[in-house]
Design a protein around this ligand. Structure first.
Ligand SMILES: Cc1cc2nc3c(=O)[nH]c(=O)nc-3n(C[C@H](O)[C@H](O)[C@H](O)COP(=O)(O)O)c2cc1C
Length: 336
C-alpha cells in the first residue's frame, strides 16, 4: 500500500469495531476487508474466553472451611488477589480519569497498574493512597522512560511496569502512535530500566509476556516479575495467558512473581488463573465498564463482587487459602 495512504495504527479502544469483526486480521481493522473465514476465529479475546470456559472445576467438600483471600502482593498485605490492569483513556468517563478510578482501588485495598498516563496524573493516582504500579510505555525516547521512573518513585509508586508487547505495529515497524512514538527495546535497554527502577528502590516488571523463553530471559535481566498477557488481543491468534501460565510457572519456579490478565469477567475466572499459576490477577475492561457506570464506587463494588465469587469458588473447591489453589481443582473439557 502507498505509505501516504496508510491510515495510522490506532489504539485498540479507537478501533472500528465493525471492521474488526469482519476483517481478515480481526485485531486491527486497518482497512475493511471482507471476511474470508478465519477472522473471528483468530480473535485472541475469543480464544482466551474459550480456553477459560474449557477449564472445569472439581468441587471438593469434605473438611472445607470458609476461605480467606488475604495475600501479599509487592510486599503489601492486601485483601484480594484481584488487581486493576493498566488502563489508558479513563478520562473519557471522568475528567479525573485514573485518579478517580484509583479511589475505588484504594477503598478496595487492591493493587492498581496504571496505563498510559502522564507523570502528573500518576502522582495524583499515588496521592489517593492506592498501591499503584506505574505503567511506562516502551517510548523510543529513553529519556522519557527514565524520567517517568524517577517521577513515579518520587510520587510513591510501588513498582514500574513496561508493556513490552506494545513495540511493533502490525507491519513489523516500530509503533507510531497518536500520543507518541513507541519502539522495540534491546535486552541491554530492558536491563537498564530494571537497574534504574532498582536504584529508586522499585521493582521493574514486564507486561505482555506469553512465552516461557521470554520469562526466563526477563528474570535473568533483573526484571522483578512479569504480567502474562496479550494486551486484550492486540494481535490475533494469541495463546491464552491461562494456557501459557502453566509452562511459564514451571520455567521460572514458584518464587518468581508472575501476574496475569485477559478476559477476566468473574471470580471464577480469577480462580482459574490462580490455579494455572498466577500470584494475582489483573482485570481491565470489566473494571472500566464498572467505572463508566458508577465511577470509583463502581470499581470498588465490582472488585468486591468478584472477590466474593472467588471466595465462593474457593469454599466449594475446599481451598481455604489462595496458596492451596492449584491445577488439581481443574479438568479440561477437551478429551473427556
Ligand atoms: C481502553 C484500554 C486501554 C488500555 N491501556 C493500556 C495501557 O496503557 N498499558 C497497558 O499495559 N495495557 C493497557 N491495556 C491493556 C489492559 O491492561 C489488559 O492487558 C487487557 O485489556 C486485557 O485485560 P481485560 O481482558 O481484563 O480487558 C488497555 C486496555 C484497554 C481496553
Amino acid at each position: 500500500m502507498d505509505e501516504a495512504k496508510r491510515p495510522p495504527v490506532q489504539h485498540p479502544a479507537f478501533e472500528n469495531k465493525e471492521a474488526k469483526k469482519d476483517s481478515v486480521n480481526p485485531q486491527k481493522g486497518r482497512e475493511y476487508v471482507p471476511d474470508i473465514g478465519q477472522g473471528a476465529a483468530g480473535s485472541s479475546d475469543r480464544i482466551t474466553r474459550a480456553y477459560l470456559d474449557s477449564m472445569l472445576l472439581v468441587y471438593r467438600h469434605l473438611g472445607a472451611v470458609p476461605p480467606s483471600t488475604e495475600t501479599r502482593i509487592l510486599n503489601r498485605d492486601v485483601s484480594t488477589p484481584i488487581m486493576a490492569s493498566a488502563l489508558a483513556l479513563l478520562e473519557r468517563f471522568d475528567p479525573d480519569g485514573s485518579a478517580a478510578f484509583a479511589r475505588g482501588i484504594q477503598r478496595a485495598g487492591a493493587v492498581m497498574w496504571t496505563g498510559w498516563i502522564d507523570n502528573e496524573m500518576f502522582r495524583r493516582v499515588a496521592d489517593t493512597g492506592a498501591n499503584a504500579v506505574c505503567g511506562v510505555k516502551p517510548f523510543q525516547d529513553n529519556d522519557k522512560i527514565y524520567e517517568a521512573i524517577e517521577k513515579a518513585a518520587e510520587a510513591g509508586a510501588v513498582g514500574i511496569c513496561m508493556d513490552i508487547d506494545h513495540c511493533f505495529d502490525d507491519t513489523g515497524a516500530d509503533c507510531g502512535f497518536v500520543f507518541g512514538q513507541l519502539g522495540h527495546k534491546s535486552l541491554a535497554e530492558i536491563q537498564s530500566y530494571a537497574a534504574a527502577a532498582s536504584a529508586h528502590g522499585l521493582p521493574f516488571f514486564l507486561k505482555g509476556i506469553l512465552d516461557p523463553a521470554d520469562a526466563i530471559v526477563a528474570r535473568k535481566l533483573g526484571v522483578a516479575g512479569i504480567v502474562v498477557s496479550h494486551h486484550q488481543g492486540i494481535w490475533c491468534y494469541a495463546a491464552p495467558p491461562a494456557m501459557m501460565l502453566q509452562e511459564i510457572r514451571s520455567a521460572v519456579g514458584s518464587e518468581y512473581p508472575v501476574f496475569a490478565d485477559c478476559g477476566v469477567h468473574s471470580g471464577v475466572d480469577v480462580f482459574k488463573y490462580l490455579a494455572a499459576g498466577a500470584d494475582a490477577v489483573g482485570v481491565a475492561r470489566e473494571l472500566m465498564t464498572a467505572f463508566s457506570k458508577k465511577g470509583a464506587d463502581g470499581v470498588y463494588d465490582r472488585i468486591m463482587f468478584m472477590n466474593d465469587e472467588l471466595k465462593g469458588t474457593m469454599a466449594k473447591t475446599g481451598r481455604a487459602t489462595l496458596k492451596e489453589i492449584d491445577m488439581s481443582a481443574i479438568r479440561f473439557r477437551s478429551g473427556w
